[in-house]
Design a protein around this ligand. Sequence first.
Ligand code: 13P
Ligand code: SF4
Length: 349
Amino acid sequence: MTSPVVSEESQFVRDHLNAKIEAISNADAEDKSLLIAEIKQLLKQEDAVMVAHYYTEPELQALAEETGGCVADSLEMARFGRDHPATTLVVVGVKFMGETAKILSPEKRVIMPTLEATCSLDLGCPVDEFSQYCDQHPDRTVVVYANTSAAVKARADWVVTSSIALQVVEHLKEQGEQIIWAPDKHLGNYVAKETGVDMLLWDSACIVHDEFKAKALIDLKKVYPDAAILVHPESPQNIVDLADEVGSTSQLIAAAKNLPNPQLIVATDKAIFYKMQQAAPDKLLIEAPTAGNGASCKSCAHCPWMAMNELGNLRDVLKQGHQEIFIDETVRLEAIKSLNRMLSFTPNK
Ligand code: 13P
Ligand code: SF4
């Protein structure tokens, strides 16, 4: 039996620790609100606007919304940055998003909390190798995903994002084109299957979406038989096959709002839950499983590069301007052609 003295002592230690934890989180909250106030003031001072992706931390998304910036998918981020009058764009996302903003708005200063935030698709498609591959198939139209470097975009005929890929490839099909597609093999496979177009696929994948597990998803659906399954097309085919809705981040948010199902199992980065829950406040959002057979330490449904964006480095870049995007002008002038093809494309309804 525990002696009353020991139990009194351990209660004392527990109270002491709880008081400490509370003090630390109060101090954290205080520090955070000071940091947020400083960022707001710097945004004004620098004539800057935040252009954030749905996969960044909720506190960054909230700050972008509060300060007149945008939280969007990669296509809308590109449009918003191009059209906004601010002279500085703070792109809160990954490097290809900052590069896209700079390609479209060379007169603006484009900064990011950290230029180290990249993407496995961008890394998986080095321009020299890709260029050689294209040279081997000169009769094919080159379509690249937005998740690529400026140099790869410069080598392409078209840039697409996941929200417009199907329509662009349908359009190219009507012109009788055959395609080279890079870099995401899963998205490429999905588009080829849906459109029936002859597409040569580059072999690269998103390390986040590649981790979703079909067997565990089937088991989860048994627990929630009324749930709809929402899938980003960077996921493997066996996950896409289980989907009720396949789409880009903004298309999945729209589906969450419009579908009648009370629960939604979501196979994309979990940071999307911030905006998805706003769009569908009464629905239960459930993460699609990444654990199970073949799970690894990468299996957390959150992009490690998106997670590099923080309040601290956002404040630092607004103060110091040290994480700025620059693009060689020759590359930019080529890349803007393929990007503008996408931005001025109006799909046949
Ligand atoms: P969206 O274009 O759907 O926002 O996707 C970008 C991305 O990086 C998804 O992993
Ligand atoms: Fe790239 Fe995947 Fe991260 Fe999107 S989620 S930025 S595709 S690594």
